[in-house]
Design a protein around this ligand. Structure first.
Ligand code: EPZ
Length: 424
């Protein structure tokens, strides 16, 4: 198993190019199951989660191949199988995104019921209720969600909780349903908007994406298309914090600053100099330590839960005391215990972490517990005195394309090495 070894203390300087968004690419790939044919998806990041989705597609009867750097060709012509097996869904919860597209496309889906994960229980009750409202017959059998959609028809659906995956699944099922669907309390995340845009390019009739109410008029068929994935806002945010925590000076290229307004506001409040310039962000934090800021995660356009761990790393070395509250997932503070091993002063009370900034962290061996927690440990390692070893970095490979290469180009001392020890 690989680990990262980081020698902290280097200021990050230079330019970094942002990859396509993992959380946009996965539902876009799922959407190709709605209509048989050949699709080209551009700006797809090379990540483990994309490989897992490709494996799932192979099982369903689709062919997925890289035809150029960043371009995936997806041929769903031969898709006949509608069973997403346990072995793949357990590797990646986002496999559940084929629930909506198989329902819409084949009118039948049998998808392994995803279990909980490190950050929380993550039920899919709202996906199921939404499909039932659309006239589907849904049963849970032997660990599988079995959807029969012979009578797929539009409906008014109100989500009790804002759900990104739930909104995406219902959108995908509804575009080929008879009649009109109205989704209330819909997720407004840029990834949901990206999916709506691709579906519209395929001929779907959707209005209101990016607002709380999405209206969909079902159509009889769609057309395969070419589509380009939006830049990854969480990767963008992670590099911004890498700049802040090392008191660096970087230019982030190929990003969408409009997608991370809540984060940019907090980083400015913490004392970062930030200039937006089209698809670039110039950021610097050269002379000062960050000031403590309070954070509360929220659905978009609020502060993203996927940036909570990374901003906590920044707050561990800030001036003052910061309160960080996580409201989306019930167990997303596991990085706090690892950051403490590096000398951070963090007290977790319920779903709030009280972080008292210290002048310096010290390198240590730490364990990555989930994707964004892993990113926060890298950030901490970049500023810590001495050597940090991060074990279990396979979590990072699920969601950050070539992270060590990009960090090295900015001057970080980070190496991927085989871990021969007992602790991996
Ligand atoms: C998406 O997960 C992202 N994953 C997550 O990214 C992200 O953290 C999350 O949205 C929130 O922004 C992908 O896009 C592939 P939700 P998703 O349904 O769709 C509750 C990362 O690090 N809920 O919006 O699974 C749920 O438990 C990750 O890249 C129900 O109660 O999240 C949570 O508390 C991890 N019932 C809240 O809603 C349901 O049926 C939001 O979850 C569905 C959700």
């Amino acid at each position: 198993m690989d680990k990262f070894v980081i020698e902290g203390g280097e200021r990050l300087i230079g330019n970094v190019k942002i990859s396509g968004s993992k959380n946009a690419a996965l539902p876009l790939l799922a959407a190709t199951l709605l209509q048989k044919g050949v699709y080209e998806i551009e700006n797809v990041p090379k990540l483990k989660d994309i490989n897992t989705m490709s494996k799932l597609f192979a099982v369903l009867g689709a062919k997925v191949q890289w035809i150029k750097e960043g371009v995936l060709q997806v041929d769903t012509t031969g898709v006949e199988n509608y069973v997403a097996p346990y072995e793949l869904v357990k590797q990646m919860r986002a496999s559940v995104l084929v629930l909506g597209s198989l329902t819409g496309g084949l009118k039948r889906a049998v998808v392994s019921y995803p279990g909980g994960c490190a950050i929380g229980e993550r039920p899919i009750n709202l996906h199921i209720q939404g499909l039932q409202a659309l006239g589907c017959d849904v049963t849970i059998k032997e660990g599988y969600v079995d959807v029969n959609a012979k009578k797929l028809r539009g409906a008014r659906i109100r989500f009790d909780t804002t759900t990104v995956g739930g909104t995406e699944n219902i959108m995908m099922a509804a575009v080929l349903a008879k009649g009109e669907t109205i989704i209330e309390n819909a997720a407004r995340e840029p990834e949901v908007v990206d999916l709506a845009r691709m579906l519209k390019k395929m001929g779907a009739k959707i209005e209101g994406e990016g607002t709380e109410i999405i209206k969909i008029k079902g159509v009889d068929e769609l057309t395969p298309c070419k589509y380009t994935v939006i830049p990854d806002r969480i990767e963008t945010g992670t590099f911004l914090i890498a700049c802040g925590i090392t008191r660096g000076n970087i230019v982030i290229e190929g990003c969408n600053p409009g997608h991370i307004k809540a984060l940019l506001d907090k980083l400015k409040e913490a004392g970062m100099d930030i200039t937006e310039d089209g698809d670039k962000i110039k950021a610097s934090m050269t002379k000062k330590r960050a000031s403590a800021v309070d954070i509360k995660t929220a659905p978009y356009p609020g502060f993203p839960t996927d940036m909570q761990a990374q901003i906590m790393a920044l707050m561990t070395v800030s001036r003052g005391v910061s309160a960080i509250t996580e409201i989306i997932f019930e167990n997303r503070m596991m990085h706090a215990a690892e950051l403490r091993r590096m000398g951070a002063d963090i007290k977790v009370i319920g779903n709030t972490a009280i972080v008292r900034g210290v002048k310096m962290l010290s390198g240590a061996k730490v364990m990555a517990t989930d994707l964004r927690a892993s990113a926060s440990l890298i950030l901490a390692g970049l500023t810590a005195y001495g050597k940090t070893e991060i074990l279990r970095i396979y979590h990072l490979d699920r969601g950050y394309e070539a992270i060590e290469e990009k960090l090295k180009k900015l001057g970080a001392k980070i190496e991927r090495v085989k871990d021969e020890g007992l602790g991996a």
